[in-house]
Design a protein around this ligand. Structure first.
Ligand SMILES: Nc1ncnc2c1ncn2[C@@H]1O[C@H](COP(=O)(O)OS(=O)(=O)O)[C@@H](OP(=O)(O)O)[C@H]1O
Ligand SMILES: Nc1ncnc2c1ncn2[C@@H]1O[C@H](COP(=O)(O)OP(=O)(O)O)[C@@H](O)[C@H]1O
Length: 581
């Protein structure tokens, strides 16, 4: 090789990969203009961004979504859906759109500018609206996700939680959405590119993840980096992932611990504020483009990349290798090299990890699925060292304590006089006898004297009462406590809402006190049934107001058949069976 050629080769080797579309599109206006824009934004129509829109905005503004200069207008949107391309032909697989409600769109004057704010009301950008259009969201689901099955979280979001009108137009950025967590690990594409240059990194293989990383991931990423002679960028999505995923605070602590197990100066960690759509192949292509914008030359695509799991019939939404195929098809045009990888599995007989494709017939393959890992964490069972590092297990255990240390809510529901309060008191006493978790009592009458003071007994007021109880219970549970609730809660919708609130932090145990109306009425502890029969109280539950019987409560107890002590014993036995007490 002569000297001239050698120099040009090495110069080429030292340049970072070009952003998608050739130029990094940062959409912030210069500082003095940002001040003026911020002041002017106060007089514009105000739009509060939801979490997905906020994540999208951050990556639009910092160039992570280059070459986009704003939210897609109709022409771009249509071609993205049909051909995975912007109107000018650039490859782009996922529609980045700003959805709003009809009332908001109807108020906009021609060529409107709107202020895009976070939930605190901080203005982040101004959008010049060039296009207002009504998307066919069913068609969008079919094109982007290949299905209209709402089991797919991206489809459910699009069909049930996305506004009917899209606004397209260019953005002028005022300031980035503020983050107060892991600030040292958050970088814009420019910052990460600068870091790569300063550290002399030019061949970089990026790894995307939404899960904690274990030994299999370490082996896979190390092999991938070695295979292409590159440094490793672990770039987990921390914006919004699949519902039910491990929260990003816990995951980032795990990644930190794992990083210690890589050779020094070979791997780095950076957080990506991406709102995932779980769109399988199309999403994988999008991930690759984003990583290219961040300066990575290579991108690892594993088995079932960005897959949403199984559909309503139990079949996988996407072929596990469809993402690898789609990316390989577009590799030349993409400008980032794809490193396809089969699943890594553990061969116990050899005590090694190896790609599934290299497993021999004599190998004893072991694996622990995500579900099995969660089960072991909940039950406090052992997690073997071949699966993950002890430091990672420790972090996961702290976040997912065994059931016996988790919070839960006991939600008694039933007619007035059915025995809710009496049983709640008995269970409370038994729990305090044996356990150390704090217990909070949210009894129906008690709550109405304080938390729900002023509410009556209309359907709306009863539902508001239950939502308040559910909210307080969820906070108690979130902090590892036990909440005992004992309202009538006659409506299924409000009970379900309380369940949803609590279940995002712990267990919800619905106990239907199914004592027959005749018994409750005969007891008439407060004389209310007599008053209701005499027409002195209107809308009394069970008399002239409905009680919707719970369809599938965790427990159903008829107190006309069992003593208070036996009923309390049944509740405790159930809690023991679930290892909650
Ligand atoms: N119209 C009507 N219907 C039902 N109950 C009535 C009504 N008016 C007053 N009360 C008294 O209020 C208690 C029920 O309050 P809750 O907060 O549990 O009811 S609800 O869940 O909001 O429906 C209930 O207490 P409990 O007997 O402990 O259930 C009654 O004493
Ligand atoms: N097995 C039982 N469990 C609970 N309460 C019972 C039982 N047997 C009789 N009772 C009586 O029924 C009444 C139930 O009232 P209460 O607990 O205030 O009901 P609620 O809170 O559902 O309105 C109490 O007087 C209680 O002593």
């Amino acid at each position: 090789m002569n000297a001239v050629v050698a120099e040009s080769v090495s110069a080429e080797h030292h340049a970072l990969v070009a952003p998608h579309g050739g130029v990094l599109r940062e959409l912030y206006v210069p500082a003095p203009d940002a001040e003026i824009l911020k002041r002017n934004s106060a007089g514009l129509p105000q739009w509060t961004l939801n979490q997905r829109q906020l994540c999208d905005l951050e990556l639009l503004l910092n160039g992570g979504f280059s070459p986009l200069q704003g939210f897609l207008g109709r022409a771009d949107y249509d071609r993205v859906l049909a051909e995975m391309r912007l109107a000018n032909g650039t490859l782009w697989p996922i529609p980045i759109t700003l959805d709003v409600d009809e009332a908001f769109a109807a108020k906009l004057p021609d060529n409107a500018q709107i202020s895009l704010n976070d939930t605190q009301g901080t203005p982040l950008a101004v959008l010049t609206v060039e296009d207002v259009y009504f998307p066919d969201r069913i068609a969008e689901a079919r094109s982007v996700f290949g299905t209209t099955d709402r089991t797919h979280p991206g489809v459910a979001e699009l069909l049930d939680r996305t506004g009917p009108v899209y606004l397209g137009g260019k953005l002028q950025g005022i300031q980035p959405p503020p983050h107060y967590d892991f600030t040292a690990l958050r970088h814009s594409p420019r910052q990460l590119r600068d870091w790569f240059r300063q550290h002399g990194w030019h061949r970089i293989v990026a790894f995307q993840t939404r899960n904690p990383m274990h030994r299999a991931h370490r082996e896979l990423t190390l092999r991938a980096a070695e295979q292409v002679g590159a440094k490793l960028l672990i770039q987990p999505s921390v914006g919004r992932t699949k519902p039910g995923d491990v929260d990003h605070y816990t995951r980032v602590r795990c990644y930190h611990a794992l990083l210690e197990h890589y050779p020094r100066d070979h791997a780095t960690l950076s957080l990506l504020p991406l709102a995932m759509r779980m769109g399988g192949p199309r999403e994988a292509l999008w991930h690759a483009i984003i990583r290219k914008n961040y300066g990575a030359s290579h991108f690892i695509v594993g088995r079932d990349h960005a897959g949403p799991g199984k559909d309503a019939e139990g079949k996988p939404f996407y072929d596990p290798y469809a993402a690898q195929e789609l990316l390989s098809e577009h590799e030349d045009e993409l400008g980032i090299q794809i490193v396809p990888f089969p699943a890594m599995v553990y061969a116990a007989n050899r005590d090694v990890y190896l790609p599934q494709t290299e497993v021999g017939s004599q190998d004893e393959v072991r694996d622990i699925s995500g579900t099995e890992l969660r089960r072991r964490l909940h039950q406090g069972e052992a997690i073997p060292e071949w699966f993950t590092f002890p430091e990672v297990v420790k972090i996961l255990r702290e976040r997912h304590p065994a059931n016996a240390r988790q919070g839960f809510a006991l939600f008694f529901t039933g007619l007035s006089g059915s025995g809710k309060s009496t049983l709640a008191q008995a269970v409370l006493a038994r729990l305090l006898e044996t356990g150390s978790r704090p217990v909070t009592m949210l009894d129906g009458d008690e709550v109405r004297r304080h938390l729900s003071k002023g509410l009556g007994f209309s359907r709306e007021d009863r539902n508001a009462n239950i939502t308040r109880i559910g909210y307080v219970a969820s906070e108690v549970v979130r902090h590892g406590g036990i909440a005992i609730c004992a309202p009538i809660a006659p409506y299924a919708e409000a009970r379900d809402e309380a369940r949803q609130l609590v279940q995002s932090h712990g267990h919800f145990v619905e106990i239907h006190i199914a004592t027959p109306l005749e018994v409750c009425e005969a007891r008439d502890r407060k004389g209310l049934y007599a008053a209701a029969r005499a027409g002195k109280i209107k809308g009394f539950t069970g008399i002239d107001d409905p009680y919707e019987t719970p369809a599938s409560p965790e427990l159903r107890i008829d107190t006309s058949e069992v003593s208070v002590n036996d009923a309390a014993e049944r509740v405790l036995a159930w809690l023991h069976s679930q290892e909650l007490a």
